[in-house]
Design a binder for this molecule. Structure first.
Ligand code: NAD
Ligand code: LMR
Length: 327
């Protein structure tokens, strides 16, 4: 058994938190040999902190063998102290009819402060994964505050989009989900994202060949994946939560598994035509636990280039919108 790692989670009493914490404590995120101490951070609001107490009681009542401690706090400098992983979930979610741009200003302030505090108090080489929307830009804002931690330690989640795309391809092809491989998400976690179907395979064959319907791939497929979050909000009246928590488990699990190939949003460095200094979804291969290299070899056709240009434009616009918050 390894020594326990410290996992800080913001928004711990929220919807995603309620689906997430029990999976972390059960070993789904870091494996069955890795004990964890959960450092749960909530907003300084009486109702949220009371709810957090209830969540902590339920964690106790699960008697998880891997759970070695639970911290409850509204003080980020306590919650992020010595954290090896900082999972930034807490933010205001989008309601019906709202676009992510509406959230930029409110949520940007949260990530400025959290980025600064993480840099000051988290463990050497802490990893940060951002879920709170607009996730790519919030991640960029948090990373901009860091002087000690390198930018590549800050990633944002596009795994929910990857999982959604995988399922849509499997359904269309009438194939088993596990036969769909190498479907990666490029760009923003927003309706402009690009699920790059041309490089995906189904049962070892190129997905476009198996599906044999380019109009569907370029139209309804991209649109269904891009607007899935809004479809869930329209149906549930609340944003996705269990599937988002599951995607974060997948995001981190893949990031701690050397050799795993998966989509995450990272600082672009100009790859695939993204502006340097935006955080864009792209395929990576995990090298050592918590570290990755971007897979750069995929050639893009004209359709893919136009989709990447559109999602890049949105990321650049979001960056200019929050320019005052970037250190
Ligand atoms: P929620 O409202 O149920 O929970 C959010 C929690 O965060 C609340 O308990 C709130 O009190 C807390 N919070 C707010 N400000 C905080 C702060 N400064 N520090 C600590 N906690 C704080 O929302 P949710 O459904 O759990 O969603 C959380 C976020 O995740 C939203 O921004 C949502 O849009 C986003 N989301 C992202 C994805 C993705 O794929 N990237 C998917 C689903 C949801
Ligand atoms: C999702 O994709 O389900 C979330 O990001 C929620 C949203 O606002 O779309």
């Amino acid at each position: 058994m390894n020594a326990p790692i410290r996992v800080a989670v913001t928004g711990a009493a929220g919807q995603i938190g309620y689906s997430l914490l029990f999976r972390i404590a059960s070993g789904a995120m870091f494996g069955l040999n890795q004990p964890v101490i959960l450092q749960l951070i909530e907003a300084p609001i009486e109702k949220a902190l009371k709810a957090l107490e209830g969540v902590a009681m339920e964690l106790d009542d699960c008697a998880f063998p891997l759970l070695k401690g639970v911290v409850q706090t509204s003080d980020a400098s306590v919650g992020f102290k010595d954290a090896n992983w900082c999972l930034l979930v807490g933010a205001k979610p989008r309601g019906p009819g709202m676009e992510r741009a509406d959230l930029l200003k409110d949520n940007g302030k949260i990530f400025t402060e959290q980025g600064r505090i993480i840099d000051a108090v988290a463990a050497t080489n802490a990893r940060v994964a951002v879920v709170g929307n607009p996730a790519n830009t919030n991640c960029m804002i948090a990373a901009s505050q860091a002087k000690r931690l390198p930018a590549e330690n800050f990633t944002a989640m596009v795994r929910l989009d990857q999982n959604r795309a995988q399922t849509q391809l499997a359904k269309k092809a009438g194939a088993d989900l596990t036969d769909v491989k190498d479907i990666f998400i490029y760009g923003n976690h927003s309706p402009t994202m690009f699920p790059a179907f041309a490089h995906a395979t189904i049962g070892g064959k190129p997905a476009p060949q198996v599906i044999n319907d380019d109009a569907w791939l370029q139209g309804p497929f991209c649109e269904t994946v891009g607007k899935r979050g809004a479809a869930i909000i329209a149906a549930r009246g609340l944003s996705s939560a269990a599937s988002a928590a599951n995607a974060l488990v997948d995001h981190v699990r893949s990031l701690v598994t050397p050799g795993a190939v998966h989509s995450i949003a990272v600082k672009s460095e100009g790859r695939y035509g993204f502006d340097p200094n935006v955080w864009a979804g792209m395929p990576v291969r995990t090298t050592t636990p918590g570290s990755y290299e971007v897979i750069t070899g995929y050639a893009m056709d004209d359709f893919a280039k136009s989709k990447i240009a559109a999602t890049n434009k949105e990321l650049v616009e979001e960056r200019s919108f929050v320019a005052g918050m970037i250190a």
